[in-house]
Design a protein around this ligand. Structure first.
Ligand code: WTA
Length: 652
């Protein structure tokens, strides 16, 4: 029986389709067929057409050591040159980045400006800090243009950047610095959020001690806040940059030289350093910008993500710049000073494509349902969502109130590991259904499989997989080959061969549309941010009073999922005030991970439901957190009475 309801279908806007890159489903299918018939020919053709090679590649795909694959072997290029230098001939005075600060301050950075900024930054890293090809550089930055310059400067000299989201704590930053053995951190002396300064430098100071691999810290002086400067370690970007030459030859990089690492949560405690390499990543970043957002030469495109997440990497910086687009970068909070802020920005900048997370849509809807009416949103052509399943009411508001029922909504499904979109509508071609990621993009062999590697029947939940390696696929988990293989290629086999498993569940409807149903592992999606329950549990366990803990996700009206923690205190902990104890435990989480991992609910229980072999039954805990009736068989539990105790306690 089908588990999903039939959804209404919205046809693409006819006017839009006329000039779209992919105009209808026939064109889409032709591309998909071309990729199926000649996979290497398909990708090789695009790699030749879309990228500027310093030396051409000779071998499109080498799968001999799967899953350690190589794309475009023998090819040489530089990603910063793809994003900047090649646009100088025809677009030097075009806006590359339009920056809007929290307090409304604006900057327009042309491609020529960007060229000089990045070249100088690259020279600074090379000359003053001795950064060389292959060195790791951690970027811990607010959303200011210098974050993009820093990324591109690393790419220019072949250094591998690892951006750590500014909301992570000093402990989380320290772990990531150490795992990557970074020698430099780039940060800022502060930034603005909701009209107030917020500080990043003290977090960096706390993350670096005498044993740290980091020997130099570069500080962008954004705010001129009073921060501590450590002599011989900390340097002012604003000072050093003055003397730098605006010309830095791009390093000649192999197609498979690493471009960046980005740490992300998995189902075990330690975050994984997801590695992306040069050519395949930048190719797909550019192609998806063109196909999925259909950005035209004169368009202004805005993605509200943070550069600290993969969406910011691929769809604020690399993708838009690779295609020569104008990308908007926003420092602030979209609900400040009110929930009309993004719509005001859409009107002012005449934004054509707007890309955000379902959480943001829910907040903007709830806080300012009628705000869109105050602004002229007629410039909008494509609206995008990413990061979590979008619920139909939020989708409807987005479609009607923001898109005026004329814009396509591209519900883009992808992950840090996939580098770019893998399942998504194409705005001029795909008839869309609310809250549905629709079909695999051309060239992506994405399929929903069951545990035996057979295609999932209609209406039955299966595993979202990709059965052939694609150019922007994750190339490794930094320093841990085994974990790379085990995390992604261990669970599902098709025709006896391991395939890439995303960790998400999904379902086909009768028309073959794909709906993503959410993670099948112990990863939860809080406001579209990926959080490993094991990571939160590891943090909570650091509190001396905690004996045991289990963390699960619970549906949350705004955030999509919230964090629900069941904590067993040590018998001798002598805790009298539970409210204070919750605060104390949340403080530990704040210290170990950051505010993004604070628990929405925390309950103290006398035990956890476990099997006789000691495995915590999270499924039961998830049901209890949701307030569902417990229908699972609990007779095999070590102590079945614990379930009732927890349920009764929560009822009180
Ligand atoms: C979820 C973000 C439903 C999914 C780009 C995935 C989605 C995780 C969608 C990756 C979508 C992303 N519909 N779920 N359109 N897009 N997800 O690595 O669970 O931060 O595995 O990358 O977000 O999160 P990540």
């Amino acid at each position: 029986m089908s588990q999903i309801e039939a959804k209404p279908v919205f046809q693409p806007n006819k006017e839009f389709s006329k000039t779209a890159r992919i105009k209808n489903m026939c064109e889409y299918k032709a591309l998909q067929d071309a990729a199926t018939e000649d996979y290497e020919g398909f990708w090789g053709g695009y790699a030749k057409e879309k990228l500027d090679w310093i030396e051409p590649f000779t071998n499109t795909l080498d799968e001999s050591n799967f899953p350690f694959v190589k794309w475009f072997g023998g090819g040489k290029l530089n990603v910063s040159a793809q994003c900047i230098d090649r646009h100088l001939e025809f677009r030097k005075n075009k806006a590359a980045i339009i920056f809007e600060g929290d307090r409304g301050d604006k900057q327009v950075i042309t491609y020529l400006d960007l060229y000089y900024k990045v070249n100088k930054f690259a020279n600074l890293l090379k000359e003053d800090f001795g950064v060389k090809k292959g060195d790791r550089v951690v970027i811990y930055m607010p959303m200011i243009p210098e974050a993009a310059y820093a990324m591109l400067a690393c790419a220019r000299i072949g250094a591998i950047h690892s951006i750590v989201f500014g909301g992570f704590s000093s402990e989380a930053l320290k772990d990531r610095i150490e795992d990557a053995e970074a020698k430099v951190v780039i940060t800022a002396d502060g930034a603005y959020r909701k009209d107030k300064p917020y500080m990043l430098k003290p977090v960096v100071d706390a993350a670096i001690d005498a044993n740290s691999p980091v020997k130099k810290v570069l500080v962008i002086e954004r705010n001129n806040e009073d921060v501590t400067w450590v002599a011989g370690r900390d340097y002012s970007y604003n000072e050093l940059i003055k003397s730098k030459s605006g010309k830095c030859e791009p390093e000649v990089m192999d197609a498979e030289d690493p471009l960046f690492l980005l740490y992300t949560s998995g189902s075990t405690g330690k975050p994984k350093g997801v590695q992306h390499n040069s050519a395949g990543y930048i190719l797909w970043a550019q192609m998806t910008m063109e196909w999925v957002f259909d950005v035209k030469e004169n368009d202004t495109y805005w993605c509200t993500a943070d550069v600290g997440w993969i969406t910011g990497h691929t769809y604020i910086v690399y993708g838009p710049l690779a295609m020569g687009a104008t990308t908007v970068m926003f420092e602030g909070v979209i609900t400040h000073p009110d929930a009309g802020r993004p719509w005001k920005m859409v009107e002012e900048h005449k934004i054509n494509q707007f890309y955000t997370a379902p959480t943001a849509i829910r907040v903007l809807h709830k806080m300012g349902e009628h705000e869109p009416l105050k602004y002229d949103l007629s410039s909008l052509k494509v609206l995008g969502t990413v990061g979590e399943p979008i619920d139909p009411p939020a989708w409807k508001w987005y479609y009607e109130a923001i898109g005026g029922s004329k814009c396509a909504i591209v519900d883009t499904y992808w992950q840090t590991e996939t580098g770019g979109h893998i399942v998504s509508p194409i705005p001029g071609a795909t008839p869309i259904k609310p809250a549905c990621a629709t079909f695999p993009l051309p060239g992506i062999m994405a399929e929903i499989l069951d545990e035996n590697g057979e295609k999932s029947p209609v209406g039955e939940k299966g595993l979202m997989c990709v059965t052939r390696p694609w150019p922007s696929m994750i190339r490794g988990v930094w320093g841990d080959e085994k974990r790379f293989v085990k995390s992604y290629f261990g669970d599902v086999k098709k025709d006896g061969k391991p395939v890439y498993f995303t960790g998400d569940g999904a379902v086909y409807d009768a028309d073959g549309y794909i709906t993503i149903t959410g993670r099948t592992d112990d990863v939860i999606n809080v406001s579209g941010h990926r959080m490993g329950t094991a990571e939160v549990e590891a943090a909570i366990k650091k509190h001396p009073n905690v004996a045991e803990v289990a963390v699960v996700g619970k549906p949350h009206e705004i955030k999509g999922e919230g964090i629900f923690a069941y904590v067993v205190l040590k018998s001798d902990s002598g805790v009298a005030d539970e409210v204070e104890e919750v605060k104390a435990i949340n403080k530990v989480i704040q210290k170990e991970i950051g505010n993004i991992a604070l628990c929405d609910d925390m309950v103290f229980t006398s035990g956890l439901p476990k099997t006789r072999s000691g495995k915590i039954m999270r499924r039961i805990l998830r049901s209890i957190a949701k307030g569902e009736e417990i229908t699972q068989d609990i007779s095999t539990l070590e102590d079945p009475s614990i379930v009732e105790k927890i349920v009764n306690m929560l009822r009180k």
